[in-house]
Design a protein around this ligand. Sequence first.
Ligand code: G3P
Length: 503
Amino acid sequence: MAKYVGAVDSGTTSSRFIIFDEKGRIVGLDQKEHRQIYPQPGWVEHDPMEIWNNTGEVIKGALTKSGIKGSELAAIGITNQRETTVVWDRNTGKPFYNAIVWQCTRTHEICKELTADGGQDRFREKTGLPIATYFSGPKIKWILDNVPAARAASERGEAMFGTIESWIIWWLTGGPKGGAHVTDVTNASRTMLMDLHTLKWDREIMEIMGIPARGLPRIVPSSDQATWGPTSESGPLGARVPVCGAVGDQQAALVGQTCFAPGQAKNTYGTGCFLLMHTGHEPIQSKHGLITTLAYQFSGRKPSYCLEGSIAIAGALVQWLRDNLRMFESAPEVEALAGKVEDTGGMYIVPAFSGLYAPYWRPDARGVMVGLTRYINRNHIARAVLEATAYQTKDIVEAMNKDSGVELKTLKADGGMVYNELLMQFQSDLLNVPVVRPKVAETTCLGAAYAAGIAVGFWSGREELYNNWEEDKTWHPNMTEAVRAEGYKGWKKAIERTLDWVD
Ligand code: G3P
């Protein structure tokens, strides 16, 4: 009898495999980082083979460490960094080019051309998205336009396009020997190629971008009773386990946080930071710079939608301080440094490394450090780094309140940075609402496990999942309105300085 459900989390910086029991508790885990490849300023790539190999290793690692066998898993789900795009050979499984990562800005010219004819919101009604380098469609186009072997294979019908969940599911279910080529609705909604209303690839946009239909995966629900095939016995699980859950990582966190009702929202503090609010069964168009996207779709049920505020750089800024400026050895040390000072001494950092995402959508923005005086030391910089994440979140919450017409009352938080007390307290102060962390902060993996487990009847439904959610800690606001307003005014001025840096 299968007692557990597993989930692969193929994130921006690492791959993980987590095994959950029926209460949603973690019983096995392994993790491995992969290389970040920066061929030139603004470009970001990953090696897709490294990601697949690491996936196999962490699956085996989690099974070995926990003493659980693959055959004890009722199902597995996949969650992933969204938008990151791979084009590979259907006969050999070899990628034609590195994966182009969501943060990469190389499609700037393609996006400029698309925008020239109809503006940045040209496809918004259909796709919920502004034209931006963030999304996958232009990344596929870039590979086809710049890698002759990919173009030739595409013309022969031998090239497969996909985001990272497509790539992993294809390998897990057999790879060149008949692997399933699928993408779930949440990931498909980030390509700028799917019609949000019909959940189908949009012919008109595909034609405009020159992307042939035959390379695209089949769009499936995020939790699919049909399953996309069992894993092969010779694969890393060593058993035939149904693969039947796939959810982009931010939507997976929404599911893991059990935000199943309209108005419920969560913010995930990872490499980037993503605030999603469930809005019900109809897509709501944003008027304040957010995007409209799929929340999830469970087999046989209507899809659910959400509004999303995407921030490209959050934890990545801490890593930048560690790796590029060598200010400390390990990321958590940032909190001790930041805690040595009461404030940032009037300085701000805006990490517009990939341009600015929501609510500004300015690919031409670049990062700034402003308000420097001789007084500033590394402690102030560390503090400004943490505060930048909270300020970016405030920008999103302001937009979300205006779009939804309701004031956010509490913020459910998750992701790696929620163990940073200073950040969480400052976030609560700045938003003037309580911020809550759940006991299982690995909500991304949990959401993917829930999607897979529900498909095979391991969990009965939402009620059971609600009961699994438990609060761990809540931070309450403790800042005067005057201090809050003064700080935010400075942030807005700093944002102004990031704009129009690139011609
Ligand atoms: O849209 C990008 C997002 O899915 C990346 O998430 O957690 O890997 O930074 P994360």
